[in-house]
Design a binder for this molecule. Structure first.
Ligand code: NI
Length: 191
């Protein structure tokens, strides 16, 4: 029925700006020294940092994570992204550049995992509430308060920027068990 213009044609004449194609990085796995090294401050805020943050969101969504820190893509700088809605709410996307925890309150013990340690989880005690001071991808300072999973994600990602993995917070028994299993996987060429 050519007299009835399909809506796709109307879209074609007034195109929405297309989203730039995003680079999906390989996520660095446990054992790579970059994960256990403190990062340096984001030195300057330019288009490159904004692009990197967008690529980190894309990488995080592709890996089905709720947070990703720059060392996990091999970049040793104080930059992380968090979205506890896994991309469902665009307003929940948080870029943390040069973040610091300025307040923490309460305690919560929950199971936690890490994209760099796939297949392993463990219970970690984290503050129930944290307030973080950070810069966004444009370098503007802001403060944000997180509760429960968001507070946990902030702590987990800021730990990454300090070269600390969630394994550090596990009991020695649990940590050694996971490390042994990873060693075995590595021997089998599966890590
Ligand atoms: Ni992690």
């Amino acid at each position: 029925m050519p007299n009835k213009l399909p809506s796709s044609e109307a879209v074609a004449t007034t195109p929405e700006p297309a989203a730039a194609p995003r680079k999906i990085y390989d996520v660095v796995k446990y054992g790579d020294p970059v994960l256990e090294k403190p990062t340096r401050l984001v030195p300057k805020f330019d288009a490159e940092i904004e692009e990197l943050a967008e690529d980190m969101f894309a990488t995080m969504y592709a890996a089905q994570g709720v947070g990703l820190a720059a060392p996990q893509i091999g970049k040793s700088i104080r930059l992380a992204v968090v979205d506890v809605t896994s991309g469902k709410n665009p307003e929940a996307r948080i870029v943390l550049a040069n973040p610091e925890i300025i307040h923490a309150e309460g305690e919560k013990r929950e199971e936690e995992g890490c994209l760099s340690i796939p297949g392993f989880r463990g219970y970690v005690v984290r503050p129930q509430f944290v307030t973080v001071k950070a810069q966004n991808a444009k370098g503007e300072w802001f403060e944000i308060r997180g509760e429960d999973l968001l507070a946990r994600a902030f702590c987990h990602e800021i730990d990454h920027l300090n070269g600390i993995l969630f394994l550090t917070h596990l009991s020695m028994l649990k940590r050694d068990l996971i490390k042994r299993k990873i060693k075995k996987l590595r021997k089998q060429g599966e890590w």
